[in-house]
Design a protein. Structure first.
Lengths: 350, 336, 512
């Protein structure tokens, strides 16, 4: 009963060195282009959209409208940066609109406003942001410590934030900011671009650096890729997650303040609709809901794409009523497209 | 919804530990929790505003509980298979708008047509979930946007009033049975049917099996895909019934009006009614108590002197607290 | 390197290590020594205790008794991190790399090194990180670019990264590079295997290797010394030069056992087979598998974990797809083959992962029994729960399920009793034609195993055809009327036990 299997003898091994070389060169080439395919496709799509809308309405391709688009894109981008981090670890933050409401109302009431409130100076910024961070911290703590799935925690926190906004708002008249310098600052043009967009752009750069160059960012990516391995490697998973939710809360809070400045006043409903732009934008940018894959610039591209689409449709005469359908349809198509290759008879989808 | 893409080993451990913990606290909660919470809530309201009980307050609570109950029952079906439907309240509004528009031309046929349409909307959700295997919260968040836009577009972003044949549905609200409006009675009847369906049909038991262990259900030849579609279709159907109660009560509908805030109260009602967000556990009869409890929230918040709209805060807290208290956890499972 | 000095203290010494799971002695006193620069082969059948031993070495299990010493110092591995910081790295079949991070990062993630390595105030110093990784890669002779995303690498390159990670240990803290390769070649192509083997030889220069494989030719080619495990014990420790494949076979199996002579059903001539499979193929999993199984007969399929027999059995049941070939049930072709359809046509399937796939935990035993075939407990789509208990009670009595409480949550039963309930779920189908059993005895005590085997035989008497993926070769030879051996996705041999009388050794030879 001699063994039937024949294999390479050790002598054959030398032959494979060339093969290794070839393979390593292929990988090296792939590194150069790694991950640039999808964003390029999105930028291509953006160019096509711009071309179409320019033909449909000449007002589309003007400097004023470009500034308008950037104005509109800034807040979803700021929220999207926090949301991207949350989604990168495989979680979700649905509390965006509630947190925006809470911080926005707090901001207006702490600033000089038409209800006669006093300007509290720096506190008008600090306290709303602390409130937003506290809401994020609460989400993070309940999520990590009590192990409640993030979508349900943040769904609840959405309405907790909204409730806080409502209570703060009370029943008095709509409070408007009386200090024009604040309200005008956001839309003011500096170096050709609106100030609020500069804020968003700088934050995007900072967050991209955090994701690329800090242990915090890399651990977040590792958690999103495979939390079990991350755990067995002894990574600070809980700390990381809580911090990410605080950051997400802060960014939503900042967006609430900036939205209030844009509007010149606020109600508890200031955040309405932002979740529906942000999440589809993050997802279409290529950040996967499963976690571990994505990035800040991708989100920026996604937000711009979606904003251009909405802006262009309005200029082309489509009713703004369709806006949430556009975002919704894009979200559905994007998640279906990502999930499509992984379909299987035994796969469990909740 | 805890382990969307997780290896089977983790699920096994999770399930094993789930069994251990559920027994004591879980069983107790399922049996009596919803009733205890309802009684406590009722007591609070009764003590703070004694006048409320005497002056037809029960009728008011039952009337406001009716749409919550119907949407919550649909949500309970979806939660029972381990998913969530964030779009069903938007379907309610869309259904109400469609009904308001169609009652004039179609009269008695209108409710049937509208119910058929909303059932189809729900089924589309279920179809996408079953065949593309995307997470339900993201999918229904997307379709929520679509339904919302549809409401705005169909209604022209204004309030749609029922022009004719209002009395096709209005008796649902005006008729009372033992002091309870027919809309609430309808909800109770649906709950009883839902209970019987889940306990006494193969499809119902199959749905619960999906919620408890989808892999096990697949290997037991449960038609998981078809049943997921049915669960979401039922969610759509019941959301449509809720839309009908809104028309019966108000005679008009708008995209931002009555019903647009139903999502959270309905989820809260389902969860307070003992439905588990991780799937496989629901009792539609207890959801009735959950809906009544949630309907008492605005009255209770008003009674303690907080702005009525702050009820949202209470809904949010209630959802988080009840889920946190009743969730079955395991040390090793990964929570997303 | 001062080899003479190293040789005196073994890098790893296990003394009387034992581990039990309940009544099962998975490891009965294992002692071994591994020296620097050695490549040790570890072989043994499924269930011989290899994986328990590996899990103890990697800190997943803690031994009940005995000591582990690294470089002469006794160590306690409380978790995988402890083991990793001692320098023990594993390369699994399922890899444990972060595919979205770079090669350099993954190498730096290794236990001891993971804290603050290459970072300043939490900021990465990519330059330093990449340089360190490049150095480590150079040691093992790989030219991979440290900046590459691991997800972009081929399978064998990822193994290189795992090896690099395993050897990048902090030697100043009494750690030593010991790499455990757990079936590293089972998913590799021939050419890739050669590359891996070249790397293993390089590893000898600075570390030690434990090489676990089913393929004996590989073991003999690559290892200096071979350890053979059987029934939780080390039964042999041989220097490779003094051993042949034949000898190793015999050591692994122990006594050479033949099929026991008992009543078997001869292959009938003029009868429609219960199931007939022709040329069933699924790309990359199994190829051109044919079998014909008559009512009342048992076909046992044996093969190692990469042989494709699991995938094949699942495809038969409609749980996984197949690309080509046909399945005929009772002479009718299977079309649009999915589980509900297969079940309707009289198939049943007992999965290996009992808790995950075999049963619905949270349902009572009775609910599980009538879930698929409710029989009298259903009227069309409606259920009659009051009849459920009678059916369940009958099965509980027949199968002697303990505790005798049909309305208890199935999760609360022991594994053996759960398996009886899973069997009952399928046996409750009076029209059961084909039953596929994937490791039906896994984790069962002997009593429960006997009951399950009796039920399999009883089902055969009633005309059910059985396809059995057995745990052990003895089990296959005892239960089977036919035995099919699979290797690398194809049928490498098949025996009709009413005619042939192969030994376990014969089967093993066709498997590996």
């Amino acid at each position: 009963m001699a063994p039937t299997q024949t294999s390479e003898s050790p002598a054959d091994v030398k032959v494979d060195t060339a093969a290794i070389r070839a393979r390593e060169q292929v990988t090296a080439r792939r590194v150069v282009f790694a991950g640039s395919g999808e964003p390029l496709a999105l930028i291509g799509a953006m160019v096509v959209l711009i071309a179409i809308f320019s033909i449909l309405n000449p007002r589309f391709a003007t400097i004023e409208n470009l500034q308008n688009v950037l104005n509109q894109a800034s807040l979803p981008l700021i929220i999207g940066l926090g949301a991207t981090f949350v989604i990168l670890i495989g979680s979700i933050d649905l509390s965006v609109e509630g947190v925006m409401g809470a911080s926005g109302v707090a901001f207006v009431l702490l600033s000089a406003n038409s209800r006669g409130g006093q300007d509290t100076g720096i506190w008008a910024w600090v306290l709303p942001l602390l409130l937003a961070a506290a809401l994020g911290l609460t989400s993070g703590l309940i999520y990590t410590m009590l192990r409640v799935p993030s979508f349900i925690v943040t769904l609840g926190m959405w309405f907790v934030g909204f409730g806080i906004a409502t209570i703060l708002y009370g029943t008095d008249a709509y409070p408007e900011l009386t200090d024009d310098t604040i309200t005008l600052w956001v839309a003011k043009i500096t170096f050709g671009l609106p100030n609020v967009f500069w804020v968003a752009a700088i934050l995007t750069a900072i967050m991209a650096i955090v994701l690329r160059f800090t242990r915090f960012g890399r651990v977040a990516l590792a958690i999103g890729n495979n939390e079990e391995i991350a755990r067995s490697n002894g990574m600070p998973i809980i700390k990381n997650k809580i911090f990410i939710f605080i950051v997400a809360g802060l960014f939503s809070g900042l967006a609430g303040i900036l939205a209030t400045m844009q509007m010149g006043g606020t109600s508890n409903h200031i955040g309405d609709g932002y979740l529906f732009i942000t999440i589809p934008a993050v997802v279409i940018g290529g950040t996967s809901l499963g976690g571990g894959k994505g990035g800040m610039f991708r989100t920026a591209i996604g937000v711009l794409l979606l904003t251009i689409l909405n802006n262009g449709l309005v200029l082309a005469g489509v009713s703004p009523s369709y806006q949430s359908a556009v975002s919704g349809a894009i979200l559905v198509v994007a998640i279906v497209a990502t999930a499509w290759p992984q379909r299987g008879r035994l796969r469990i989808a909740k | 919804m805890t382990a969307t893409i997780s290896d089977t080993g983790t699920v096994a451990v999770a399930n094993a530990e789930k069994g251990k913990r559920l027994r004591t606290a879980g069983k107790l909660w399922q049996a009596g929790g919803p009733l205890v919470i309802f009684i406590a809530m009722f007591a609070v309201v009764a003590i703070l505003t004694p006048a409320f009980i005497g002056s037809g307050g029960i009728t008011i609570v039952a009337a406001s509980a009716a749409p919550i109950l119907l949407v919550a029952l649909g949500q309970a079906f979806v939660l029972n298979i381990g998913s969530i439907d964030l779009s069903n309240a938007a379907i309610t509004v869309l259904g109400a708008i469609l009904l308001a528009m169609l009652l004039g031309p179609l009269a008695f046929a209108a409710p049937i047509v509208v119910l058929a349409m909303v059932t189809l909307f729900g089924a589309v959700n279920g179809f996408l979930l079953a065949y593309t295997q995307v997470p339900s919260f993201a999918l229904t968040l997307g379709t929520l946007g679509i339904f919302k836009a549809a409401s705005l577009v169909v209604s022209g972003a204004t309030t749609v009033y029922v022009s004719q044949n209002k009395d096709v549905v209005s008796p649902l609200y005006t008729t009372q049975l033992a002091g309870l409006p027919l809309t609430f009675v309808l909800g109770v009847v649906v709950a009883v049917i839902a209970y019987l369906f889940l306990r006494f049909t193969r499809a119902g038991v199959g749905m619960t099996a999906i919620g408890k262990n989808e892999s096990g259900a697949i290997f037991s030849a449960v038609r998981t895909r078809a049943l997921k579609i049915v669960a979401f279709a039922l969610s759509g159907f019941m959301a449509g019934l809720a839309g009908m109660t809104i028309i019966a009560q108000a005679g008009s509908a708008s995209a931002m009006g009555l019903g647009s805030d139903l999502l959270l109260p309905a989820i809260a009602a389902a969860i307070v009614g003992g439905t588990s967000i991780s799937g496989g556990v629901t009792n539609p009869l207890n959801v009735i108590l959950g809906a009544l409890t949630i309907a008492l929230v605005p009255i209770a918040t008003a009674a303690i002197g907080v702005a009525a709209e702050a009820q949202n805060l209470v809904y949010g807290v209630v959802i988080i607290v009840v889920v946190a208290l009743t969730l079955t956890r395991s040390r090793t499972a990964i929570v997303k | 390197m001062t080899k003479a000095k190293e040789a005196t203290t073994p890098v790893l010494r296990l003394t009387d290590v034992q581990k039990s799971f309940g009544p099962v002695h998975a490891l009965k006193s294992v002692s071994l020594e591994i020296h620097r620069g050695e490549v040790i082969g570890l072989i043994g059948e499924n269930g011989a205790g290899k994986s328990t031993l590996l899990k103890i070495l990697t800190g997943i299990y803690q031994p009940d008794r005995g000591t582990i010493a690294v470089n002469g110092a006794t160590m306690k591995f409380r978790n995988p991190r402890d083991s990793a910081s001692a320098g023990i790295g594993v390369v699994h079949q399922e890899q444990s790399l972060f595919t979205n991070l770079t090669v350099a990062e993954n190498i730096a993630m290794n236990g001891a090194a993971s804290k603050g390595y290459g970072t300043t105030f939490g900021f990465y110093r990519w330059g330093k990180l990449n340089k360190a990784a490049a150095q480590t890669l150079e040691i093992i002779g790989s030219r991979l670019n440290p900046k590459t995303r691991v997800g972009d690498l081929s399978f064998v390159d990822r193994q290189m990264v795992e090896i690099a990670r395993a050897i990048s240990v902090d030697t100043s803290k009494n750690a030593t590079p010991l790499v455990i390769l757990d079936e590293p070649t089972s998913l590799l192509e021939r050419g890739e295997t050669a590359i891996l083997e070249r790397e293993i030889r390089k590893l000898k220069d600075f570390g030690s290797v434990i090489f676990v494989s089913h393929r004996l030719d590989e073991i003999i080619r690559n290892c200096d010394r071979i350890l053979v495990m059987r029934n939780g014990e080390l039964v042999a420790d041989r220097v490779t030069t003094s051993v042949t494949e034949d000898e190793l076979f015999k050591l692994m199996v122990g006594h050479e056992s033949h099929a026991t002579k008992h009543e078997r059903r001869a292959r009938p001539v003029n009868e429609t087979p219960a199931i007939e499979v022709t040329g069933l193929t699924r790309k990359g999993k199994f190829k051109n598998i044919s079998l014909s199984l008559h009512p009342g007969r048992v076909t046992a399929i044996v093969g190692t974990s990469g042989s494709g027999r699991e995938e094949f059995s699942r495809a038969l049941f409609g749980a996984e797809k197949f690309d080509g070939g046909t399945i005929m049930l009772n002479g009718r072709a299977a079309r649009g083959w999915r589980i509900p359809k297969a079940v309707k046509r009289g198939m049943g399937f007992v999965p290996a992962e009992r808790k995950v796939e075999g049963m619905v935990g949270g349902f009572t035993a009775a609910e599980n029994i009538v879930l698929t075939h409710p029989g009298d407990a259903a009227f069309g789509p409606f259920l009659k729960p009051w009849k459920r208990n009678k059916i369940a009670q009958q099965w509980f009595t027949t199968l002697d399920v303990r505790p005798n409480d049909i309305s208890q949550n199935l999760e609360r039963f022991s594994g053996g009793n759960q398996q009886k309930v899973v069997m009952a779920k399928w046996l409750n189908d009076p029209e059961l034609r084909v039953l596929v059993l994937d490791h039906p005895l896994r984790g069962l005590d002997p009593g429960a195993a006997e009951t399950v085997n009796e039920q399999i035989k009883a089902a055969c008497k009633k005309g059910t055809a059985v396809i059995l993926l057995a745990d052990t070769l003895e089990e296959a030879l005892e239960m089977g009327d036919d035995v099919i051996v699979m290797r690398d996705g194809i049928v490498s041999a098949s025996y009709d036990l009413t005619v042939d009388n192969p030994s376990t050794l014969d089967l093993l030879e066709r498997m590996v």
